[in-house]
Design a protein around this ligand. Structure first.
Ligand SMILES: Nc1ncnc2c1ncn2[C@@H]1O[C@H](COP(=O)(O)OP(=O)(O)O)[C@@H](O)[C@H]1O
Ligand SMILES: [Mg+2]
Length: 292
């Protein structure tokens, strides 16, 4: 049986639109980049291989894409250790969402592997992954608008029968507003509240690792800040988190470790604080945000 996620399809047949091909969101390249020494640049895979050894989830040399012959992921590596909160940043179109979708079985893997807790889960379908403790919150269409908050959470609990009450309490500890408004239809909620419902729904299945795709996108600065705090709370409650973010600076501030993805492969990997202070990362990927 397939889990009733609102984003079951990866739209595999969609032709890229002009918006998809928008210019990468990057600051101008410096005139003398050679003078800027970067500690975090990925020159070989040794950091990945060393770190991934005891990872909860690891992806090695992933190649994946939507259209035959066109790879969007070009050898991306990623690992997350139990209890970590990791961030993935990078220009528009770098393949960040594709990476999360690939981890969640929504984009076919052409080569490479995904391992969870030592088990090869490459290309398993989303519902099997949910059963193994992977949760996923897509960037858009992530709630059922015609259902109430409570019904959305019940849909989330579909694969853990008998656990609704316990999971509902867990979710409401993190998002108290959901309890108060449980009878309200998700379609009538603000963007920030919907995001809480979407994250809450994914948490109902008791995931050990949660994939969040741009949870702060489209929210006011105040609500964005709240989303980052909530992601940290989710992590502190014992859930390993992989977070893709367009608010790169804020993401790097809260994550234990970060990746910069560019053209479907790793450009940088280091602790959030190292990345945020790396001159090349600032110039290439953080742009004016770096001075905020
Ligand atoms: N469903 C799809 N079908 C075909 N191409 C897609 C689809 N989704 C994304 N792409 C293409 O994959 C590339 C990476 O997109 P995406 O992973 O969404 O990037 P990011 O999340 O880093 O902005 C883009 O060139 C985009 O046009
Ligand atoms: Mg994206």
């Amino acid at each position: 049986m397939t889990a009733p996620t609102p984003d079951n399809g990866a739209e595999p047949d969609r032709v890229p639109t002009p918006e998809d091909a928008a210019e990468p969101d990057r600051a101008p390249t410096p005139d003398n980049p050679e003078e800027q020494v970067s500690q975090a640049a990925v020159v070989d895979r040794s950091d990945h291989l060393a770190g991934a050894e005891k990872a909860l989830l690891r992806a090695d040399e992933l190649y994946a894409g939507y259209i035959p012959g066109v790879n969007i992921l070009n050898g991306a590596d990623l690992y997350v250790k139990k209890g970590e909160l990791i961030g993935i940043i990078g220009p528009n179109g770098a393949g960040k969402s594709t990476l999360l979708k690939t981890l969640f079985g929504l984009v076919p893997v052409r080569s490479g592997s995904v391992i969870l807790n030592g088990e090869d889960i490459t290309s398993l379908k989303a519902h099997s992954l949910v059963a193994r403790g992977v949760g996923y919150v897509p960037q858009t269409n992530n709630v059922f608008p015609s259902l109430t908050i409570e019904e959305n959470l019940e849909m989330g609990a579909y694969q853990v029968p008998g656990k609704f009450k316990e999971r509902f309490e867990f979710v409401c500890e993190i998002f108290p507003a959901l309890r108060e408004r449980r009878k309200q239809r998700a379609g009538s909620l603000s963007g920030g509240e919907r995001q809480m419902v979407a994250m809450g729904r994914a948490l109902m299945t008791e995931p050990s690792v949660l994939l969040l795709d741009e949870p702060s996108a489209g929210l006011s600065p105040k609500l964005q800040d709240l989303v980052f705090i909530q992601a940290q709370q989710i992590n502190k409650a014992g859930v390993t988190v992989i977070m893709v973010e367009q608010n790169a600076r804020r993401c790097l501030q809260i994550c234990h470790r970060g990746y910069v993805l560019d053209q479907g492969r790793n450009a940088y990997m280091a602790s959030g604080s190292d990345l945020i202070n790396d001159p090349k990362v600032i110039q290439l990927y953080l742009g004016t945000l770096a001075r905020a």
